[in-house]
Design a protein around this ligand. Structure first.
Ligand code: DGY
Length: 328
């Protein structure tokens, strides 16, 4: 069968696929543009794709032979899951393996913004090492502060575990509270979104992007945060209305932000890159060698199973596929 891989992966990850299938891969380290993607999928049975590939009605119409979509990533807001389900196409994803890497990056951003790690590095590199003085170049303490986690799923919980090592008070907001024993396990307490925003020194976002979470953090929510608080986003850029964040930073309504994701990635809202109290990373939440290798392996397992007409081991819609396919 014919497989298209939209992203440049190490060839060895595809060895198993190439034993039995014909593989075409985007060999450039850039996402394909829409026209290239549409042209490539026409005759393919399997698609291994990622965040930059919009998988919608138009694409699925074009890819009429498609038997499986294997997403290289846990977030799937770029895939029209309903449209794939209607066409009987299983959609695989890679949950779990990137939990620790993403939680680490969230914590790296917390520490970096609070203790001005990037600003300090820039000062030293540029030869402007500030002379040590008791009240020069001060940051904010992380230990003992209040962390507000919005979205207490796999990654949110992993962030809460890290916060325990810093003796932090952990508040969280989810549509539904965890079971009491889980709250105890993660040393965390459910509060309303409003309370979380008002009381937290660090607000860290860990929700998927859905119509309900788009612009979850807008001007009104930022206005609830303490002027000494920091916003951390390692989830999806559009969860934060970036122009409102720029306004809040400019007005001093919050003290800073640590971001790994952007509303119109890779573009930034005008002014965002001008704040020294903002740390900006290039969407590297899962970018460790170990994690990306595991994601590749999982995506390939999902792809091969789907091509064989079997349930991909990590599948978003198998039970909902029409014609009882998923019931087998
Ligand atoms: C994910 O897995 O969703 C990461 O953000 C990479 O797309």
């Amino acid at each position: 069968m014919k497989v298209f891989v939209t992203l440049h992966l190490p060839r060895e990850l595809l060895t198993e696929v190439e034993k039995t299938h014909e593989v075409e891969m985007n060999l450039e380290d850039r996402p394909l543009d829409r026209g290239e993607l549409l042209d490539a999928v026409g005759d393919k049975d399997g698609l291994l794709c990622s965040i930059h590939d919009r998988i919608d009605e138009e694409l699925l119409e074009r890819a009429s032979a498609l038997k499986v979509i294997a997403n290289f990533g846990v977030g799937y807001d770029h895939v029209d899951l309903e449209a794939a389900t209607r066409r009987g196409i299983p959609v695989g994803y890679t949950p779990g393996v990137l939990t620790d890497a993403t939680a680490d990056i969230a914590f790296a951003l917390i520490l970096a913004v609070a203790q001005r790690v990037v600003e300090g590095d820039e000062l030293v590199r540029s030869g402007r090492f500030p002379v040590w003085a008791p009240f020069n170049f001060l940051g904010r303490q992380v230990a003992g502060k209040t962390l507000g986690i919005i979205g207490m799923g796999r990654i949110g919980k992993a962030v809460a575990r890290r916060a325990a090592g810093f003796d932090m008070r952990v508040l969280y907001h989810n549509p539904n509270p965890l079971l009491p024993e889980e709250e105890t396990e993660y040393g965390s307490q459910w509060v309303s979104l409003e309370t979380l925003l008002k009381e937290s020194d660090f607000v860290s976002l860990h929700v998927p992007l859905t119509p309900r979470t788009r612009h979850l953090i807008d001007r009104d929510q930022l206005a609830l945060m303490k002027p000494s608080a920091f916003l951390i986003n390692t989830s999806r850029g559009p969860v934060v209305k970036e122009s409102a964040l720029v306004e809040a930073l400019r007005a001093g309504n919050i003290l800073g932000a640590g971001l790994d994701v952007y509303e119109n990635e890779p573009a930034l809202a005008p002014g965002l890159a001008d704040f020294p109290n903002v740390v900006l990373l290039p969407h590297v939440g899962s970018a460790t060698y170990e994690t990306r290798t595991d994601m590749g392996r999982m995506a390939v397992e999902n792809l091969l199973a789907g091509l064989a007409g079997q349930r991909p081991p990590n599948c978003l819609n198998w039970e909902r596929l029409p014609g009882g396919k998923g019931k087998k």
